[in-house]
Design a protein around this ligand. Structure first.
Ligand code: ZN
Ligand code: ZN
Ligand code: ZN
Length: 259
């Protein structure tokens, strides 16, 4: 008997850097924009195949993101790295633990596992009602099986921190990028679509600028390039999109990429 594997999709659940867009108490034109594309939750993504879901990063907006995307159950969570904008919402996986009556698998690097055990120490006690985390340490080069698909764990350099990027057959999701090691560039080349972070026009020691992200997209020969993890200083989608090369766009919350 042949088993059918449901096609994989990647939805952007959040496309902002750590403060979100709009930024609290900011009156800049981006933060005052009424364009829904300029309302950005903290960076996160959802891999889906049929009725199965895998969440990438659980930042401070995780609860809102699960409600907005109407996620009914999750197979697990992949944490790209330990920064607060990618982990702060992890406690809110509790409804899934209760409904699914299971410890939720959390895939992360060993260094990040240690950080989560410290940050969410109460989750590793017997106190009733705590989130039940089934930490599964992964390393670069490993694959995570999800709903009949293989998700490859690739290395991204974020400042000085090695963090997780993800590759499927046709897609790559690379957040908080400053540098892509040569091996990662090979693994992510010639995809249907590459999602890559681009903080703003100047970048920082740990985040690519727009020009640096565009250079990587052309290097990777992605058919479609989607930018994410924006500061409000990046500008409004309506102003920036027309300036981007063909095949490249600013991601927005709710954008779904087919494999
Ligand atoms: Zn602003
Ligand atoms: Zn980060
Ligand atoms: Zn981040």
């Amino acid at each position: 008997m042949q088993t059918t594997t449901a096609p994989l999709t990647l939805e952007l659940l959040g496309t902002a850097t750590s403060q979100g867009v709009p930024v609290i108490a900011c009156d800049c034109p981006v933060c005052r924009s009424t364009d829904p594309r300029d309302k950005r939750l903290r960076a996160s993504a959802l891999l889906s195949a049929g009725n199965k879901n895998m969440v990438v990063d659980t930042g401070p907006d995780f609860r809102q993101q699960m409600l907005r995307a109407r996620v009914g159950s999750i197979e697990g969570v992949i944490i790209t790295h330990e920064h607060n904008d990618h982990t702060a919402g992890l406690d809110d996986i509790r409804p899934f633990c209760f409904k699914q009556e299971m410890d939720i698998p959390v895939y992360c690097l060993p260094r990040v596992a240690a950080d989560l055990r410290e940050r969410f120490a109460y989750a590793f006690t017997d106190y009733p009602g705590v989130p039940r985390l089934d930490i599964r340490e992964v390393n670069f080069g490993d694959t995570i099986s999800f709903a009949g698909h293989e998700i490859e764990v690739v290395e991204v350099t974020h400042g000085t921190l090695p963090i997780i990027g993800l590759c499927t057959r046709d897609l790559a999701y690379l957040t908080d990028v400053k540098f892509l090691p040569a091996r990662t560039q090979v693994q992510c080349r010639n995809k249907e679509a590459v999602v890559i972070s681009s903080l703003n026009h100047g970048g920082t020691h740990s985040h690519l600028s727009l020009d640096e992200a565009l250079a990587y997209l052309s290097e990777l020969k992605a058919k479609r390039g989607v930018l994410t993890h924006f500061s409000h200083t990046m500008g409004r989608a309506a102003d920036i999109n027309p300036t981007l090369p063909r095949g490249v766009e600013m991601g927005f919350d709710g954008l779904v990429l087919p494999e």
